[in-house]
Design a binder for this molecule. Structure first.
Ligand code: AMP
Length: 364
């Protein structure tokens, strides 16, 4: 079995790692000859929309998938003539445009922060009058890790905000005083079989995910079942095959949808050691049509991202229950270089390990 993956970053690396255990070979396409996934997968170096490279990627593959959502939709549609593509290009199309994404959330009954579409500074001024401040202006396309967005606290600064996001089509959202950020990861196979990972709690700094607690503490059955039915509805609406993540805000009124990723997700990295089946394995199982593995957590778990500077591996190894994953990337400020998964017997042991490891992985 051969799976082609557009993108050869750390997600591709971890997919290829899961593939080795399942007897699935992976081949990746990435513009960089140093792409992390090249350590475990055959690497084709080329642009994501290079038809010759896409043709070589697809050649002989059983299915093609992607590990990041900004694959040009045209390229995904074109390569879909050569090989089965999962998830289908429609999922990319919706996930790439915050307006389409929020509209789809509303259509499936997942509440979202109040929002308006903004295509000019005049529309921004009118949007601020209706939504109020604080509000968040986000570019419709190509935003990630907090990039392409600005919080507006004073309506008189609309023009500055419009310039700072590059005067491109945007949405303006109400700023939500959420209790915490959660995400849910689900997998759906070619047969429609679906499994859900437990809701996890996410902590960001400077727009970058730093810590995930899995399962999120204090989740009621009601919250869990609401999140699962939203994920299920979204996957049904998109005819989705593979792993998908929805980022949610927990508020006093319930869950609000922020965004979804049509791929394996950083808030699911804990599942390699912390769940009965990892998100990477279940993504491969889903797209090749194997039965899915159970997605339950094996205990209390956390994941810390390593950002900007590589920690001393010995300091990580000294913490019992800590598992280090380094992606082999050159250190650069703000760059995700690896992660640490921490397994603990109980919640208080987990807190101690998180505290011990936070110092070791601190960006210097
Ligand atoms: P995003 O790129 O949409 O995931 O946003 C990055 C981060 O900004 C989120 O994880 C939140 O912490 C914060 N954020 C985004 N949208 C809002 C909002 N409407 N209200 C409050 N915080 C937000």
């Amino acid at each position: 079995m051969l799976v082609a993956i557009v993108g050869g970053g750390q997600l591709g690396l971890m997919l290829a790692g899961a593939g080795e255990e399942l007897g699935i070979r992976c081949r990746v396409l990435d513009p960089s000859p140093d792409a992390p996934a090249g350590r475990l997968a055959e690497l084709i170096v080329g642009a994501y929309d290079d038809r010759d490279a896409l043709g070589r990627l697809a050649d002989g593959a059983d299915v093609l998938t992607y590990e990041f959502e900004n694959v040009p939709v045209e390229a995904a549609r074109w390569v879909g003539e050569l090989v089965r593509v999962e998830p289908a290009a429609r999922a990319l199309e919706v996930a790439q445009d915050r307006l389409a994404e929020k509209t789809m959330f509303e259509n499936i009954g997942l509440a979202v922060p109040a929002f308006v579409s903004v295509d000019s500074v005049g529309e921004l001024v009118r949007g601020l009058a209706s939504i109020g401040v604080p509000a968040v202006l986000k570019t419709r396309r190509l935003g990630y890790d907090g990039k392409g967005q600005v919080v507006i606290r004073d309506a008189l600064l609309a023009e500055d905000a419009w310039r700072s996001v590059g005067e491109v089509p945007c949405i303006l959202e109400a700023f939500v005083g959420f209790e915490r950020e959660l995400s849910i990861i689900a997998a759906r196979s070619t047969t429609g079989e679906t499994v859900f990972y437990p809701l996890v709690e996410n902590h960001h700094r400077e727009g970058i995910l730093r810590l995930t607690r899995a399962p999120a503490p204090g989740i009621t059955d009601e919250l869990r079942s609401a999140a699962e039915s939203h994920a299920s509805a979204l996957m049904t609406e998109l005819g989705y095959v593979g792993v998908l993540a929805i980022e949610l805000f927990q508020t006093q009124e319930g869950l609000l949808g922020n965004e979804f990723a049509p791929r394996v997700h950083n808030s699911g990295h804990w599942s390699i050691e912390g769940a009965k089946t990892s998100q990477f394995e279940n993504h491969l199982r889903a797209i090749v049509g194997m039965p899915l593995g159970p997605a339950a957590a094996v205990g209390s778990c956390a994941m810390l991202n390593i950002v900007g500077t590589t920690p001393d591996p010995a300091a990580i190894a000294a913490v019992p229950g800590a598992y280090l994953h380094l992606y082999g990337k050159e250190p650069r400020p703000g760059r995700k270089l690896g992660h640490v998964t921490i397994l603990a017997e109980d919640a208080s042991g987990l807190d101690e390990s998180i505290a011990a490891l936070s110092a070791a992985v601190e960006e210097r």
